[in-house]
Ligand binder design. Structure first.
Ligand SMILES: Nc1ncnc2c1ncn2[C@@H]1O[C@H](COP(=O)(O)OP(=O)(O)OP(=O)(O)O)[C@@H](O)[C@H]1O
Length: 263
């Protein structure tokens, strides 16, 4: 094919498409993690280095080149947990999270229903594409199958780990007692308590699906993409979990819950 830039072959188009795909996948891996700011910093650094090369600023170019070499090793050490999580994610077969998904979905939904019936507050984040390792690190690491009695025991009022959020990866609970980032108090959610704002806050920074049971109202709600959905009954909760987590990893916008509702 002839273009203003010369001949472009199917191979070139495939090459560009693959690079674009890899960049997009890289973006999805770091989106919502603390690595985003580092990536921005690296881009600025690379921009200054390119400018130094173009303007023939030898000393600056030399110094930035050296700092870049050392920086790569420093970043590997600094972001070792995130890199490991990202590589695990790449190597995990698609839909592996949904593996024993049917059982996990039913147990999660049933546990939410039982907690809501008893007005026991609960906060559960379900990991999707964005690794939640940095939030899991704020709590107590666990590795247990999702089950109704286990989730009930975790959130029981006097249980040692009832404070904070639980993180679920596929069909496993990977941490409890975790601290989630609070939603920055804009007008819409100012009237909500910290449990709900932690759910919205985490869903704002990551693509996690975050479930909340209100201790005060005994309601079940779901936060996604920085928005808190309306009260859900058991059937609606199962449908949302199936669509958002256990059947596929959908496009966030298409799956965002409906507009926030009054408390
Ligand atoms: N940053 C946070 N990360 C995780 N959990 C949190 C965080 N902040 C508060 N929580 C949890 O929320 C509980 C307090 O909930 P609070 O009553 O303030 O919120 P709420 O949104 O009004 O919920 P509820 O309707 O259940 O009362 C804490 O005991 C703790 O378990």
């Amino acid at each position: 094919m002839s273009t203003p830039l010369g001949q472009v072959s199917v191979r070139d188009i495939l090459d560009i498409a693959l690079v674009a795909f890899l960049i997009y996948q890289g973006y999805l891996l770091v989106a919502g993690t603390r690595a985003v700011n580092v990536v921005r910093g690296i881009l600025v650094f690379a921009g200054v280095w390119v400018a130094a090369q173009l303007l023939n600023l030898t000393t600056l170019g030399y110094l930035l080149g050296r700092a870049g070499t050392v920086g790569i090793f420093a970043l590997i050490v600094l972001f070792q947990p995130e890199l490991r999580a990202a590589l695990e994610r790449v190597g995990r077969p698609r839909g592996a999270g949904a593996g024993a998904g049917g059982a996990a979905l039913q147990d999660l939904a049933r546990a939410m229903e039982r907690l809501a019936e008893r007005k026991t507050g609960a906060l559960i984040a379900i990991e999707r594409r964005t690794p939640l390792g940095e939030y899991a690190a704020t709590g107590v690491p666990l590795d247990a199958l999702v089950s109704v009695p286990f989730l009930e025991a975790l959130f029981a009022r006097n249980a040692p780990l009832h404070d904070g959020g639980v993180i679920v990866q596929g069909s496993r609970v990977i941490a409890a007692g975790c601290l989630f980032p609070l939603q920055s108090s804009d007008g819409t959610y100012r009237r909500y308590g910290t449990r709900h704002r932690a759910a919205i806050g985490l869903s704002e920074l990551t693509d996690a699906v975050v479930l909340v049971v209100s201790e005060e109202r005994g309601s079940m709600r779901l936060a996604l993409g920085g928005r808190l959905g309306p009260d859900l009954n058991g059937t609606e909760l199962r449908e949302q979990l199936r669509a958002l987590v256990y059947d596929r990893l959908p496009d966030l916008e298409g799956a965002a819950p409906t507009a926030p509702e009054a408390r």
